[in-house]
Design a protein around this ligand. Structure first.
Ligand code: MN
Length: 445
């Protein structure tokens, strides 16, 4: 019974989601003076000199509306002054592949659905109101005369509104998190029993009952030194004596992803285990610092300060927190941003926009590459993921430079075999300023 109650709730949330998106897109159409927007789901790509297709990735602008991730050649039409969007579903006869993915139960009521078998047929069926039309799709296969293909103006406006998520989107990321937690537990267990990186990834996939192609992003699973490779995707099939393990993996639900990182020590009495605990406390402090209107750049600086303090406490740094930041020594140990928006893309767009026109929040001189720089908004979903790494190439550079004396190199050598630590949770910043750590909630259940 409980499942059906939840399904009903999700159907209601989807209805609200569609109504909210229609209203936001109507506003964009009016402001920018267009009559309609058509969003394609994308088409399959065939590999060079082969008849095999790459695994299909749906257009993120389409997934913002529709919980379909396996259906190519579909189109969603949103028209000015029309409350119900029209979904054109491609239904050609195909004996080679499984039946096309269907919408979840109860979702189709909120859409006008038209099936078509060929592009020619679709072109006839598309009831295009006027000529002022924007097509958002990777390829311009509709070839509608006068249609503006991927208007940058419209894309900016969509990216800007996307930062604030609907309750349906919150529910989907929560569900994606609940599906990921048992898989993270299975991965931890596999690591503790001496499994290889590849075996751990298999344990993860089988626990969340997903195939590799259904992952929102490739599983990062690094044992020992490999934990220092930020995007360690080339998983090792050899077994090694385990010391440390970093796993960064999510699950997708109705096209929304969770994005979770955990780090484990094989020996719970080790200094490495103690450092994980320190970073875990820092991570929770950083989560609690979030708020509407706050600057992600300020949070990034706070993360750098607190990470520098950990390095000082563990006698790795011989300088003050201020010097570690001023001289950019901290970038060797924490070389990435504190987090990103999470949504239609795993690294969701719009996090640097200052306006729907596409103006960017000026990049800070110190941190020009930060992905999230715009002040935090109500209902956004984002990640908080501080890290401490011992990356050989960055340490070599530091050792060869002017700041080499700031480091206790004898100690650093002891830490390098552990690779690094990253801890990542997903947070909803509610309109009433409440911070919901959906990852911790799911782990504590
Ligand atoms: Mn992330």
């Amino acid at each position: 019974m409980e499942a059906s109650v939840q399904e009903t709730a999700l159907t209601d949330l989807f209805q609200q989601h569609i109504a909210e998106k229609v209203s936001r897109f109507q506003h964009i159409l009016e402001t920018l003076d267009w009559d309609e927007i058509i969003i394609g789901s994308g088409s399959e790509k065939v590999q060079f000199q082969d008849d095999m297709a790459y695994s299909f990735k749906i257009n993120p602008y389409f997934r913002e509306w529709m919980p379909l991730d396996k259906r190519a050649n579909c189109f969603l039409q949103i028209q000015r002054n029309t409350d119900k969007p029209t979904l054109y579903l491609c239904c050609k006869e195909d004996i080679w592949h499984s039946a096309p993915q269907a919408l979840p139960e109860g979702f189709s009521e909120h859409l006008e659905i038209i099936e078509y078998a060929s592009i020619e047929e679709l072109k006839k069926q598309l009831k295009i109101s006027e000529e002022r039309l924007v097509l958002i799709n990777e390829t311009n296969d509709l070839e509608i005369p006068n249609a503006q293909w991927n208007s940058q103006q419209v894309l900016h406006a969509i990216d800007f509104q996307r930062r604030s998520k609907t309750s349906y989107e919150h529910a989907c990321v929560r569900q994606a998190t609940q599906l990921a937690v048992p898989a993270h537990r299975a991965a931890e267990q596999a690591f503790m029993s001496g499994a290889t990186e590849l075996e751990i990834a298999s344990a993860y996939l089988s626990a969340c009952k997903r195939s590799e192609n259904e992952m929102p992003y490739a599983i990062i699973a690094g044992i020992n030194e490999n934990a220092a490779v930020l995007h360690h995707h080339q998983l090792n099939r050899q077994s090694v004596q385990p010391r440390s393990f970093l796993i960064d993996a999510g699950v997708q639900f109705n096209n929304y992803a969770s994005d979770i990182t955990r780090t484990y020590a094989f020996d719970k009495d080790s200094d490495f285990s103690a450092m994980i605990d320190h970073l875990d406390k820092v991570q929770q402090t950083l989560v609690n610092e979030g708020g509407i209107g706050k600057s992600p750049m300020d949070l990034h600086v706070l993360a750098q300060q607190q990470i520098a303090q950990i390095l000082i406490d563990f006698k790795l740094l011989k300088v003050s927190v201020e010097q570690a930041l001023d001289k950019k020594i901290i970038n060797t140990f924490f070389p990435h941003g504190l987090g990103h928006h999470l949504g239609s893309n795993v690294h969701d767009k719009g996090s640097r926009l200052a306006s729907p026109k596409g103006d960017l929040v000026p990049a800070s001189e110190k941190y020009p590459k930060l992905r999230a720089s715009a002040p935090m908004v109500a209902n956004q979903i984002y990640t908080v993921e501080p890290g401490i790494y011992f990356i050989p190439s960055l340490l070599d550079k530091l050792n060869a430079g002017k700041q080499a004396d700031s480091i206790n190199w004898k100690e650093i050598k002891k830490w390098m075999p552990y690779g690094g630590i990253r801890i990542e949770d997903n947070i909803i910043l509610h309109a009433n300023s409440e911070l919901e750590n959906i990852t911790r909630q799911a782990f504590h259940k």
